[in-house]
Write a protein that binds this ligand. Structure first.
Ligand SMILES: *Cc1c(COP(=O)(O)O)cnc(C)c1O
Length: 398
């Protein structure tokens, strides 16, 4: 059968590189290939491009250029922020506070540190995915050296009260890190007024290249290096710079943040049209995440009595790319840690579908999903023993 026109609705997983970003990157693979650490002309060109990008990123965050460090992406930035602060400050204390819904780049880093003698508090979230600032303050001890709370969740889209959480950290003189990988381009960020000491971002989540990110480190933060070697990045992050990636990141972040309001209005309108259509046509469906405090492009809906991955396969057959918080077919019966943290019963968690909209999506895309999805859900429910019985056994029906 002929493959249908692809409708990409997985922008939380990654985004395509914008042509304008590609154009900026291209010369740094070829004519401006010089190693920025060298002293001849073509190397100076690379060096200049990196420093210009540093200023570009700093401006977007309300930071100073020398507070921006380029990395290989969100995962490295998260690892560096958390391990770096933990090891540099272990004489002061060994307690870290994070949330139960963080990305694995944060959660697995914290779990690693637990094996290294640190203790970690994983704050629960409410049913909409929000961290409670009072709960955070209650968790603070005289041993707490770092608080790491994500800006916006990648699965359910909930946006955390970062300024409020940051203020609590500041009040107790504890470093505050936020994984802002999903937030860039969707929320205006100002590290100073929001009391953010460290912030992770990743280019491929805002139409830049994969394998390139940055960590904002406020001047004065005590942090160890993660990648040891040469003296790049002001002696804090070794490795010959990914110049093409860095310049691409700079252009991408500038484009993504040029009109956050306009972007939000347009994308949220599409998202809301999709949500409304789904709730009107499909019974036993519910929205996951906060109804209002959420990323404009994020839609996460659970359909009872069916399993997310089966849904994805049927949608893929129709050229529609989505994602799920369930992983039955990959052998794990556990729904995602985020679904569990917001308290979904397993039979609801397993039927979750995440559709994340982006710049290229149109009303036609939304309407096509609204045409296809109810049929897919109905077909799968027909096949589901849970739908015909009580629906309360839980587990997978693949
Ligand atoms: C994608 C993502 C990461 C990881 O970023 P990479 O650049 O892919 O390593 C970290 N945190 C969040 C919230 C993400 O969405």
């Amino acid at each position: 059968m002929e493959k249908k026109h692809t409708i990409y609705l997985d922008h939380a997983a990654t985004t395509p590189v914008k042509p304008a970003v590609m154009d900026v990157m291209r010369p740094y693979f070829t004519e401006h290939f010089g190693n920025p650490s060298s002293i001849y002309g073509i190397a100076r060109e690379s060096k200049k491009a990196i420093e210009a990008t540093r200023a570009q990123v700093a401006k977007v965050l309300g930071a100073a250029p020398d507070e921006i460090y380029f990395t290989s992406g969100g995962s490295e930035s998260d690892n560096w922020a958390i391990k770096g602060v933990a090891f540099a400050n272990r004489k002061k204390g060994n307690h870290i506070i994070t949330s139960a819904i963080e990305h694995h780049a944060v959660l697995h880093t914290c779990q690693y540190l637990e094996k290294e003698g640190f203790t970690v508090t994983y704050l629960p979230v409410d049913p909409s995915g929000l961290v409670d600032p009072q709960e955070l303050e209650k968790a603070v001890t005289d041993k707490t050296i770092l608080i790491s709370i994500m800006y916006a969740n990648n699965e359910i889209g909930t946006i955390e009260p970062i300024a409020e959480l940051g203020a609590i950290a500041r009040k107790h003189k504890i470093y505050f890190h936020t994984d802002a990988v999903q937030a860039i381009g969707n929320v205006p960020i100002d590290v100073k007024s929001q009391n953010i000491d460290l912030l992770s971002l990743s280019a491929h989540k805002f139409y830049g290249p994969k394998g390139c990110g940055a960590l904002y480190i406020r001047k004065g933060v005590k942090i160890d290096n993660l990648i040891h070697g040469g003296g790049q990045e002001n002696r804090r992050r070794a490795g010959t710079e990914n110049i093409a990636g860095i310049t691409g990141l700079g252009t991408a972040i500038e484009l993504a943040t040029a009109d956050i309001k306009g972007h939000n209005v347009r994308i949220a309108a599409l998202r809301d049209r999709l949500l409304k259509g789904i709730l009107e046509t499909i019974p036993y469906a519910r929205l996951n995440g906060h109804p209002l405090k959420r990323l404009p492009g994020n839609l996460n809906v659970s359909f009872e009595f069916i399993e997310g991955e089966s849904m994805l396969l049927w949608l893929d057959d129709e050229g529609i790319c989505g994602s799920t918080g369930s992983a039955c077919t990959s052998g794990s019966l556990e729904p995602s840690h985020v679904m569990l943290a917001i308290g979904l019963p397993p039979e609801v968690a397993h039927g979750s579908l995440r559709l994340t909209l982006g710049d290229a999506n149109t009303e036609q895309d939304v309407d096509r999903v609204l045409d296809v999805l109810p049929k897919v859900v109905a077909k799968l429910r027909e096949m589901s023993p849970l739908y015909h019985k009580t629906g309360k056994e839980g587990g997978c029906n693949v």
